[in-house]
Ligand binder design. Structure first.
Ligand SMILES: *Cc1c(COP(=O)(O)O)cnc(C)c1O
Length: 444
């Protein structure tokens, strides 16, 4: 098959067999088992570098930081690559902070998010000396200040704003319209109350403003509107306090291809338009160009992994219109890919270890969980000769795949195997039944 952009850079197809960095899918399955997430390490590194260099190219000395959004996928190996590449990382829980630190990320490269950070998460972040905490409520402003006072430091903070924009994505991943749990609303006045509260606390240094307008966004219009609203707010700050805030963080959300018909957003597709919008708004409000930071998650890691499954059963089911739907069951499911059930996300799949010349038939790719909604791909045309033992690959599962994986039905979560230069190595091992049982406190 021809290669569409949902497959990562170092994937090729030889005689119908998928290869990653020259290693055939059948060999990967034999060595590491299925289901497994395979990560194209070189592709990951080059995507992270492209965002780093793209931000620099667009904003020069006003390039702030690229923060990799670790919730998309994080492990100590990935944290290590991130620090080698020299970009920052955003974490939104104590767990993500722990992995970043264990992977050797310098706290001065860490930004802390979250709408309900616990007291201990705040205290760990402050005592570790993280670069910035993005404050999300009035309570949190006081909590961060108290922790900074206790540790005798002045903590730099950004304030998360909701600029009131509907980015055109699924509701649960669209975050910056008004009726959401995140941030301070500009329109309602909450944002201004927060700014005044911060200004009265000498333990806090307000470095700037932040927004994250959603996820899986294509086009630049939402970023352009957000830039304008945030810079207008920064001008209001300047008018009231007589100084300009030095940083504007526009969050993440850059879309990727999941289907053959889709195209992944590249830094050069969006950063120039964002640059133009930011400069226009600065001119409009008579502001200096601030440092511009961004937080891509999905766009860096999403395209760099695929999931490899093995088919266990196939079943022809006569459906309402009298036609036949082939149910193809693989050895994973909603426990390793929650996005179809959660967001009606769409994925592509193909047979990974052989060519098929059979005609295609309407198929549904399902998992092994005891639930009707355990669907990986609701509707897909797949060759009619798929049989048990075939390997199935689903591309673009790097973001919110392993990171949202669960143990539903006590299924151990799959490993992540990084492949580079023809070498494959486990970076997150497969969970075992012993791992799962280790949590049980037996009373016998
Ligand atoms: C989720 C999130 C991101 C990353 O979003 P992507 O769509 O993966 O790029 C960035 N910033 C914040 C605050 C987020 O919550």
């Amino acid at each position: 098959m021809s290669k569409a952009s949902m497959w990562s850079k170092n994937i090729s197809f030889t005689n119908g067999e998928l290869n990653l960095s020259g290693i055939p899918a059948s060999q990967l399955a034999k060595e590491f088992g299925t289901p497994t997430f395979f990560l194209d390490e070189e592709a990951f590194r080059s995507r992270a570098i492209a965002w780093r260099d793209g931000l620099k190219a667009e904003f020069g000395s006003n390039a702030g930081q690229v923060y990799y959004a670790s919730k998309a996928f994080i492990s100590t190996a990935v944290a290590h690559w991130i620090s080698e590449i020299g970009i920052g990382i955003d974490v939104c829980t104590g767990g993500e902070l722990a992995v970043a630190l264990a992977g050797g990320v310098d706290p001065s490269m860490i930004e802390v998010h979250g709408n309900n950070k616990s007291l201990s998460e705040i205290d760990r972040a402050v005592s570790q000396g993280v670069k910035t905490i993005v404050v999300d409520s009035i309570f949190e402003i006081e909590r961060v200040a108290a922790s900074a006072k206790k540790h005798g430091v002045r903590q730099s903070v950004l304030i998360r704003l909701t600029p009131g924009i509907e980015a055109h994505t699924h509701e649960s991943i669209s975050t910056a319209h008004e009726d959401v749990k995140f941030g301070f609303s500009i329109a309602s006045g909450a944002a201004w109350i927060a700014v005044e509260a911060i200004s009265k606390l000498p333990e806090l240094e307000l470095r700037g403003v932040h927004c994250h307008i959603g996820s899986q966004i294509f086009g630049t219009e939402a970023f352009e509107i957000a830039s304008d609203r945030l810079l207008e707010f920064m001008a209001r700050y300047r008018d009231a306090f007589g100084v300009e805030l030095p940083e504007l963080d526009l969050g993440g959300g850059y879309g990727i291809a999941y289907l053959p018909s889709e195209v992944t957003v590249e830094p050069a597709d969006v950063l120039p338009a964002i640059g133009t919008a930011v400069r226009a708004a600065c001119a409009k409000y008579a502001l200096q160009l601030p440092l511009i930071s961004i937080e891509p998650g999905r766009n860096i890691v999403g395209p760099t992994m695929f999931t490899l499954y093995e088919v266990g059963t196939v079943k022809d089911v006569v459906i309402e219109d009298g036609s036949i739907r082939k149910y193809i069951s693989v050895d994973g499911g909603m426990s390793d890919n929650a996005r179809t059930a959660l967001y009606d996300a769409e994925y592509f799949a193909c047979i990974a270890q052989r060519t098929s010349t059979a005609s295609t038939t309407q198929s549904r790719l399902v998992g092994k969980h005891c639930e009707t909604g355990d669907i990986i791909i609701r509707d897909i045309q797949l060759p009619s000769d798929v049989v048990p033992g075939d390997l199935i690959a689903t591309p673009a599962t790097g973001a919110y795949g392993r990171s949202m994986a669960s143990n539903y039905n006590h299924v151990p979560r799959p490993p992540v195997v990084a492949v580079i230069d023809g070498n494959a190595r486990v970076i997150v091992r497969r969970e075992t039944e012993a791992d799962l049982l280790a949590l049980d406190v037996a009373e016998m």
